[in-house]
Design a binder for this molecule. Structure first.
Ligand code: SF4
Ligand code: SF4
Length: 387
């Protein structure tokens, strides 16, 4: 994708869908894609297609952590009818791909449809065309596909604000290489957002279909509250789809770090006015009172040593609930800067080392980590009516 402020209108389709009842999903999916030319516009017979759902963690579909299996099923069946050879894969944050896919209901769908399960076991280095990152490591399965179809779930995200089409492609990075990229970005969300944008642009999914039927609000992407959003979205440009998704839930572009970085770097399709919206009208689908993740930082205009000095007051931080923590050590092994340890039968966090990536909260299988806002943040939220 080239950077230009004068891009032609990009098409994004929206469709109302209020349940995961299989025949309703199939009908809505066909209606969603029809204004874009139908699935055959994107897939020709014999082409190898990789579906990339959100397989963050092994949670059942009703938790809204992963892409719903009925969406995955309907897309597989549509692709197979068009002659595509379908694989489904993602690299979960924690746990084996098999376990996560089984618990989320997606492995059953893969087996029932005869699709191939891509385990994302092998990682290869790629050199992005231009951009900031000299080298990125991604799953070989992604490179083996002729076409990538991105199937994100629309959820809040503690670090990035929202996770949708752009952020979902981070799953192309295999296993523990993800924390390494978090560590490289450190506390700089803007830098991390840029990496996400460049990765998604490099992989360039042919089609993005968003499961926003039941999404997640609050402490997403792993521990938030499922919420009825009632919408499917689709488009061939991930950035354009995210622009509409942000608008759908009533968030501002500056609250979503990938949107904010895309605007700052003059990328196309960051404004609704640059898009052609098709299908059900956005006005009809717009979600009221969507609850964002707690603000994890605020730029008070402070710089350098003063900002560092006040860091604990300014930024939110992960806090453990000892009653829920089972001392399983999963967060400890995945914390990018090794800021966590279990000592004296308690989980301890070194907040001087913590980079506020919220990987621990995202990955905790027992929902034992929550976000505590600093005092200045609470004051900021109060003054802006967000408490
Ligand atoms: S906080 Fe969660 S992931 Fe970490 S040790 Fe406790 S139960 Fe395990
Ligand atoms: S403690 Fe949690 S939020 Fe802090 S760096 Fe480790 S994983 Fe990230």
């Amino acid at each position: 994708m080239s950077s230009t402020a004068c891009a032609a209108a990009e098409r994004v389709s929206l469709q109302s869908l209020t349940s995961y009842q299989p025949t309703a999903v199939k009908a809505a999916l066909e209606q969603l894609l029809e204004p874009l030319g139908g699935i055959r516009q994107f897939v020709k017979p014999g082409r190898k297609v990789l579906l990339k759902p959100n397989l963050l963690a092994g949670k059942p579909p009703e938790k809204a952590v992963t892409t719903h299996p009925e969406i995955v099923r309907a897309v597989i069946e549509l692709l197979q009818a068009a002659g595509g050879i379908v694989s489904v894969g993602d690299s979960p944050g924690i746990g084996s791909p098999e376990n996560v896919a089984r618990k989320s209901g997606i492995l059953d769908v893969i087996e029932a449809t005869g699709a191939h399960f891509a385990r994302f076991e092998t990682s290869v280095k790629i050199r992005p065309r231009g951009g900031t990152f000299q080298e990125l490591e991604i799953a070989q399965d992604i490179l083996d596909a002729d076409i990538i179809i991105n199937l994100p779930k629309l959820k809040t995200h503690q670090m990035m604000g929202l996770t949708c089409a752009v952020k979902n492609m981070f799953g192309a990075v295999v296993g523990l290489r993800k924390p390494r990229l978090h560590l490289q970005a450190g506390t700089d969300k803007s830098f991390f957002a840029l990496m996400l944008l460049e990765l998604c642009e490099q992989l360039a999914p042919t089609l993005n279909i968003v499961d926003a039927v039941i999404g997640m609000e609050g402490e997403g992407p792993g521990s938030g509250t499922p919420v009825q959003l009632g919408t499917l979205l689709a488009g061939s440009n991930a950035q354009a789809v995210d622009t509409v998704a942000t608008e759908l839930v009533g968030m501002q572009p500056h609250q979503v770090w990938t949107q904010r970085k895309a605007l700052d770097t003059d990328r196309p399709y960051t404004r609704i006015a640059q898009l052609e919206l098709l299908g059900t009208s956005l006005e009809e689908l717009r979600v009221d009172n969507f609850r964002p993740a707690k603000t994890t930082d605020v730029n008070f205009g402070l710089k350098g040593p003063l900002k560092n000095y006040l860091r604990h007051s300014i930024t939110a931080r992960p806090v453990v609930d000892p009653n829920l923590c089972r001392l399983c050590n999963d967060c400890v092994t995945h914390c990018p800067p090794e800021a966590m340890k279990i000592e004296n039968q308690r989980l301890q966090i070194d907040y001087d080392r913590c980079i506020r990536c919220f990987c621990c909260q995202e990955l905790c299988p027992h929902g034992a980590l929550f976000t505590r806002q600093g005092l200045l943040l609470k004051l900021h939220s109060f003054l802006h009516g967000k408490l």
